[in-house]
Design a protein around this ligand. Structure first.
Ligand code: AMP
Length: 110
C-alpha cells in the first residue's frame, strides 16, 4: 500500500519514535508546528476519523489512553490533540493520526 505512515510502521521509512506498542506507534512530526509535535497512529491502516466505527473504536480509545503517557514522558501537561479529516480540512496523510501539540500558537493547524 502506498501509505507513508504504513511505511514508517514497517520500518521502510525512518522516524523518530517516542512510543510503540502492538497497536500504536508515535513519532515526531518531520515538520514540527510547535517545540513538541508528535503524531500518534494506529498500526492498522484507517484513512482518517471518518473510518472510525463501532468495530474499530476500541483502537481509538487505546490511542487516547496512550496520549497522556506520551505527554507525561515529554514533560507537557497542557496540549491539544488534533486530527484533520479530509483534504479540505488539511489532511495530507490519509492514515488516521492524532497530532499532540502544546501551546496556543500553531501554524495553520486550527
Ligand atoms: P495532516 O496534515 O493532518 O495529514 O498531518 C500529516 C503530518 O505528517 C504533517 O504534520 C507532516 O509534517 C507529517 N509527516 C509527513 N511525513 C512525515 C514523516 N516521514 N515523518 C514524520 N512526519 C511526517
Amino acid at each position: 500500500m502506498d501509505c507513508i505512515f504504513c511505511k514508517i510502521i514497517a520500518g521502510e521509512i525512518p522516524s523518530t519514535k517516542v512510543y510503540e506498542d502492538e497497536q500504536v506507534l508515535a513519532f515526531r512530526d518531520i515538520q514540527p508546528a510547535a517545540p513538541v509535535h508528535i503524531l500518534v497512529i494506529p498500526k492498522t491502516h484507517l484513512i482518517g476519523a471518518a473510518a472510525i466505527t463501532a468495530e474499530n473504536s476500541a483502537l481509538v480509545a487505546h490511542i487516547f489512553e496512550v496520549i497522556p503517557k506520551i505527554a507525561a514522558a515529554e514533560g507537557i501537561t497542557d496540549y491539544r490533540v488534533v486530527t484533520n479529516q479530509g483534504a479540505e480540512a488539511g489532511q495530507t496523510v490519509h492514515h488516521l493520526h492524532f497530532h499532540i501539540l502544546p501551546g496556543r500558537t500553531l501554524k495553520g493547524m486550527c
